[in-house]
Write a protein that binds this ligand. Structure first.
Ligand SMILES: [Mg+2]
Length: 199
């Protein structure tokens, strides 16, 4: 990818940041296990709050599946936000998954994301902290990934959910928002109103 220093690096997680993965997962779990949960019931990363019996292997199999990629969608307001800042930022996705998931996710993005993008797929047990994001805005739904990162600006998208993985402590240097509309407002502030304070 060309490096353009006048542009701000926007580094984005994919699952539950750019696309509505958990909503899709809850639907698939309901179908497979006969449960009747909604996204509001989701409290944990392992989906045990949706189905007590779901194993790690079953969870990852769903994340790898054709059904998942056939039905998953961009989160509300995501593409509108990207469109609004597309001339002022570069897009990079930084995502975890198993091999199959990472390949399918790249293909899905290639097909549906309308702008040039960089893609870093890393294994589930790896840390996003190895990527140097010291000149980037990093947007994530998992607090730990932000804490491990050296990103210049860290934004946590909480999706109106209270879970074990999206709590933040005061003074953690993380901006918390609930949705892409709020990210849009924040990026407008960072890029247009107070850029010198951030970059
Ligand atoms: Mg995520």
């Amino acid at each position: 990818m060309n490096v353009d220093n006048s542009k701000i690096r926007l580094v984005l997680d994919i699952d539950d940041t750019a696309i509505n993965s958990s909503e899709q997962m809850v639907k698939m779990i309901n179908k497979q296990y006969g449960t009747n949960k909604t996204i509001k019931d989701l409290k944990d990363y392992a989906y045990k709050s949706i189905c007590r019996n779901i194993s790690e292997e079953m969870k990852y199999n769903m994340f790898d599946s054709i059904e998942f990629f056939k039905n998953v969608k961009f989160k509300e307001g995501f593409l509108e936000c990207c469109e609004a800042f597309k001339d002022e930022v570069t897009f990079e996705f930084l995502t975890k998954g198993r091999k199959l998931n990472l390949t399918a996710k790249y293909d899905w993005m290639n097909r549906y994301f309308p702008y040039d993008f960089g893609y870093y797929g890393i294994s589930c047990d790896n840390t996003k902290g190895h990527n140097d994001l010291s000149n980037a805005v990093f947007i994530e739904d998992v607090t730990q990934n932000l804490l491990e990162s050296n990103a210049k600006v860290k934004i946590l998208i909480r999706n109106n959910r209270e879970t074990e993985y999206n709590r933040i402590e005061p003074n953690s240097g993380i901006y918390a928002v609930d949705n892409w509309e709020q990210i849009h407002t924040m990026l407008d502030f960072i890029i247009h109103k107070d850029r010198s304070n951030f970059f």
